[in-house]
Design a protein. Structure first.
Ligand SMILES: Nc1ncnc2c1ncn2[C@@H]1O[C@H](COP(=O)(O)OP(=O)(O)OP(=O)(O)O)[C@@H](O)[C@H]1O
Ligand SMILES: O=C(O)[C@H](O)[C@@H](O)[C@H](O)[C@H](O)CO
Length: 172
């Protein structure tokens, strides 16, 4: 089936922008950073070290779902980086459609915290990583999700993702 969107998901610092950007290059698709869809109030909250609540996240997720809907309508698939930590959040993105795939970037809190701590110029403080892991509902039983270990080099992760998507017939 032709997919409308590939959502690169996982906790903050798991590599969504890095891997999503690489995949977009390889596929010639547009990459959208889910962070750009947050209202300013959400960014201010995270910058201050306060985790978002469900109510903070619903409008943000609906905005991303609307972006996916426009990709579907225009026949131009997108890659979107979005944490999509809970099942209910992923269901907002699916919006009842079967043409969404999720790539779940998985890694230990230690590894991801170390990468996040070394990252400069980003609003998300490393102190929020623990709450990201606590909120995560791993999508183990969801058939439209591919798990990817974030330990290897970004290029190797992207290659694995493309191979898995091709094997499933999700991309040409
Ligand atoms: N496979 C990798 N190997 C080594 N470093 C990586 C890898 N993937 C990402 N990084 C580094 O880890 C940091 C976090 O990656 P990135 O910004 O892509 O994560 P993110 O999930 O988009 O974060 P956020 O959700 O907070 O925006 C960056 O400094 C990035 O360069
Ligand atoms: O659901 C959330 O708590 C947020 O979406 C975060 O995950 C951030 O958007 C992002 O990952 C920070 O860079």
């Amino acid at each position: 089936m032709t997919v409308a969107a590939i959502v690169v998901m996982g906790v903050s610092g798991s590599g969504k922008s890095t891997i999503g950007g690489l995949l977009a290059d390889r596929l010639g698709w547009i990459f959208e950073d889910g962070d750009a869809f947050h209202p300013a109030s959400n960014v201010a909250k995270m910058s201050a070290g306060t985790p978002l609540t469900d109510d903070d996240r619903w409008p943000w997720l609906r905005a991303i779902a609307a972006r996916i809907a426009s990709a579907r309508a225009g026949g131009r698939p997108v890659i979107i980086g979005c944490s999509a930590l809970k099942r209910a959040y992923r269901d907002v993105l699916r919006d009842g459609h079967a043409d969404i795939r999720f790539l779940h970037l998985t890694g230990s809190p230690e590894l991801i915290m170390a990468r996040q701590a070394a990252r400069v110029g980003h609003f998300m403080p490393a102190s929020l990583i623990a709450s990201q892991f606590a909120t995560l509902e791993p999508p183990d039983t969801e058939a439209d999700v591919i798990d990817l270990d974030v330990d290897p080099e970004p290029e190797a992760i992207a290659a694995k993702a493309l191979a898995a998507l091709r094997r499933r017939g999700d991309i040409a």
